[in-house]
Design a protein around this ligand. Structure first.
Ligand SMILES: Cc1cc2nc3c(=O)[nH]c(=O)nc-3n(C[C@H](O)[C@H](O)[C@H](O)COP(=O)(O)OP(=O)(O)OC[C@H]3O[C@@H](n4cnc5c(N)ncnc54)[C@H](O)[C@@H]3O)c2cc1C
Length: 235
């Protein structure tokens, strides 16, 4: 298969693929579809390398959706390298360890040390944080890096040759590169892959989540121990 490359449209010279880790002398105009965690995580390092990034988000505003997420060092290490560490840590909880317990009687089956073990082993911690805090920090740093975020812009069509996206309002946006990061029900995936796009499938497993006030847990002797130390417990 031929290696992908970039050809200077003015001179016709093949200028290869810019290295992502070097300061980029080639400034690309990049359109990113979606303003979620993945999208903003793509936008920040690209903008920090000097590319011109515009993010198109269908929602009319960026709101605080989601709940607690557990983040692992492979992702956090990258965020740290872009300078997000101190802002993320302001709102993160660093659990001491992960307890896996028997569902029937709570007996401990295994323990994995998380803090400080993970930072020592993997170069970044393991933390628990509200999705809205991650998103807020990514958004702030994206703006700081020069990313433009346009809300209320649903992409309804892609032209792969141009390349170009069409917004629901009818506007056609041309760019050097289009990156679609539009979530689990991705329109880009179905547009690109047509009937071959499998998309999310129903499985016979369900996950329920609930949020309980810490004070209520503390007040009940059967649950107070859960919040007596910063651990994760899985039954
Ligand atoms: C309760 C809960 C707990 C979770 N816990 C964890 C966890 O512990 N660890 C973990 O790693 N993950 C966890 N996840 C999953 C994680 O939150 C998601 O995988 C992640 O947020 C997905 O990010 P994304 O950027 O790919 O998609 P999204 O966050 O869905 O972002 C996609 C964006 O694209 C926009 N968009 C869609 N279509 C268009 C269009 N046509 N035009 C323009 N914009 C468009 C959407 O409005 C959206 O803003 C959890 C999820 C939930 C709900």
């Amino acid at each position: 298969m031929a290696q992908p490359s970039i050809v200077d449209s003015g001179t016709g010279t093949n200028i290869g693929i810019p290295k992502i880790n070097s300061a980029s002398s080639l400034k690309l105009d990049i359109a990113i579809v979606g303003a979620g965690i993945a999208s903003l995580s793509a936008a920040i390092p690209l903008a920090q390398k000097g590319h011109y990034i515009t993010v198109y988000e269908s929602a009319p505003e960026l709101s605080e959706i989601g709940a607690g997420v557990q983040m692992t060092p492979n992702a956090i290490r990258l965020w740290y390298s872009w300078g997000l560490g101190p802002d993320l840590l302001k709102n993160a909880a660093l659990p001491t360890g992960l307890n896996v317990r028997r569902w029937r009687d709570g007996e401990m089956l295994s323990y994995t040390g998380l803090t400080p073990d993970f930072e020592q082993k993997f170069g970044a911690p393991y933390f628990v944080i509200h999705r809205a805090h991650i998103h807020g920090v990514l958004y702030e740093h994206a703006l700081k890096a020069g990313v433009r975020v346009q809300v209320g812009c649903r992409v309804i069509d892609y032209d792969y040759d141009a390349p170009c996206v069409t917004l629901a309002q009818g506007e056609r946006i041309q760019a050097d590169l289009v990156v679609a990061v539009d979530g689990i029900n991705s329109f880009a995936r179905s547009h690109f892959m047509g009937s071959e796009a499998s998309g999310p499938r129903r499985v016979s497993t369900a996950a329920y989540r609930l949020i309980v006030e810490v004070e209520d847990l503390k007040a009940d002797p059967t649950t107070a121990w859960i919040v007596s130390s910063p651990n994760l417990d899985i039954w």
